[in-house]
Design a protein around this ligand. Structure first.
Ligand SMILES: O=C(O)C1=C[C@@H](OP(=O)(O)O)[C@@H](O)[C@H](O)C1
Ligand SMILES: C=C(OP(=O)(O)O)C(=O)O
Length: 410
């Protein structure tokens, strides 16, 4: 469904939004809960990706379809590899069948897994014949997706001798790997990450019954940082539930959005974003986002909306996400009158003056395209195509925007 978004009454209002749990934390913890049923979870994400993960872990069918959910695809490949006596074909959307999985499959095979490509070599769907994995040493390329590494770490404590992973090349999306290790630590699984080697100790005991509360999703919060940046000085938006020592790398938003004049304060499990100063028009926004790839679209669009030049680097993983996000950003920003240059790992946005009105923004089955462009409505009316894509990570996004004053027409 296409929707039209219009300038809201947000300026000088104090808005409050409660955001669902982190999809990254949820999908890790759901898998760990399946391995260790004494774990209880609170504030689990209501995203499609987490619902798909929950259902896949409960499913007894021979074919499991995880649609667009990248983490579910990667984490479940590892999970089903150790389900002895079970055979599962793991499949997904048309795009999922274009998202590479070979590095993970090879690593699992090195550990003793049996996995067969059903259609194209290196890509889902895959047939997994569950086995006891007997080896514990494996090395894999670390610059394509950290999800392969997290997948191995999540099952590692259930292997006889744990795991010793050697990471080759530059390591991408490092905070997501550290998130996995921190969550393992919280349930009592020991690990170490020194240089390019990660070890996880085996654990055959069920952890002591424990309730873990998932922090709300920082990537979802990014759209409110962008909204705050585009509002008048004095606008306040409060988001819950967040903590200062987050496991989520996207909490770097707090520092990044200082460059857009947004100040963040932490109080009572909430963050309050305040637009505190205007940004000089000659400022250039420059960030390396290798550790926080999911907020690249948000930052590019905020910069465009404010007419600022922007150089983003470390974007080498964007091409294999829900869509090629580099091409999608260039295409859509240029439709609106901006100028963008891309390489396969960077994006340069030139200074722009003005945004074309009511241009339909294509979303390419990518939730973050829809959500990143939405704040532009504070500058000019815009149309978002296939607005329902947001449910991949944030199903109530449009309702929440309406609740803070955006006008949405269907
Ligand atoms: O482990 C995770 O939860 C994720 C890791 C990142 O992927 P890459 O490591 O492929 O960059 C990120 O983009 C994705 O949204 C979630
Ligand atoms: C890249 C993303 O998700 P995934 O890789 O899990 O599909 C995302 O949520 O931006």
């Amino acid at each position: 469904m296409n929707i039209t978004l219009q300038k809201s009454q947000i300026a000088n209002r104090q808005s409050k939004v409660t955001i669902t749990g982190s999809k990254s934390e949820s999908n890790r913890l759901l898998l760990l809960q399946a391995l260790y049923p004494t774990i209880h979870l609170k504030n689990v994400s209501n995203s499609d990706d987490s619902c798909l993960m929950t259902n896949a872990l409960k499913s007894t069918s021979e074919v499991v379809d995880i649609h667009h959910a990248g983490t579910a695809m990667r984490f479940l490949t590892a999970y089903f590899s150790i389900q002895e006596g079970r055979e599962v074909t793991l499949t997904g959307s048309k795009r999922m069948k274009e998202r590479p999985i070979q590095i993970l499959v090879e690593a699992l095979k090195e550990l003793g897994a049996e996995i067969i490509y059903v259609e194209n070599e290196g890509y889902p769907p895959i047939k997994i014949i569950g086995k006891k994995l007997t080896k514990n040493k494996v090395s894999l390329q670390a610059n394509v997706s950290s999800q392969y590494i997290s997948a191995l770490l999540l099952i590692a404590s259930k292997l006889e001798n744990g795991i010793e992973l050697t990471l080759e090349g530059e390591i991408t999306s490092v905070p997501y790997i550290k998130m996995t290790l921190s969550l393992l630590d919280e349930i009592g699984v020991e690990s170490s990450f020194v240089g390019n080697t990660i070890t996880v100790k085996p654990n055959t005991q069920h952890p002591i019954p424990k309730t873990l509360t998932v922090e709300s999703d920082w990537s979802s919060a990014s759209y409110y940082f962008s909204i705050a940046a585009l509002c008048e000085v004095g606008t306040e938006i409060t988001l819950s539930s967040y903590k200062e020592n987050s496991l989520q790398g996207d909490s770097v938003l707090v520092d990044i959005y200082k460059s857009f004049g947004v100040k963040t304060t932490f109080e009572n499990n909430s963050i309050t974003l305040v637009k505190s100063e205007m940004v000089a028009t000659e400022s250039i926004i420059e960030f390396d986002l290798a550790n926080a790839p999911d907020i690249a679209q948000t930052i590019a669009v905020t910069s465009f909306a404010l007419g600022l030049a922007c150089n983003l680097t470390g974007l080498h993983t964007l091409k294999i996400k829900e869509t090629d996000r580099l091409v999608a950003l260039k295409t859509e920003i240029e439709k609106l009158g901006g100028q963008v240059q891309i390489t396969d790992k960077s994006l340069h946005l030139s200074v722009s003056n003005g945004i074309k009105e009511l241009v339909p923004i294509s979303t390419y089955n990518d939730h973050r395209m829809a959500m990143a462009f939405a704040p532009l409505a504070l500058k000019t009316p815009i149309v978002i195509e296939d607005s329902e894509v947001v449910s991949k990570s944030y199903p109530t996004f449009w309702d929440d925007l309406e609740s803070i004053g955006f006008k949405i027409t269907k």
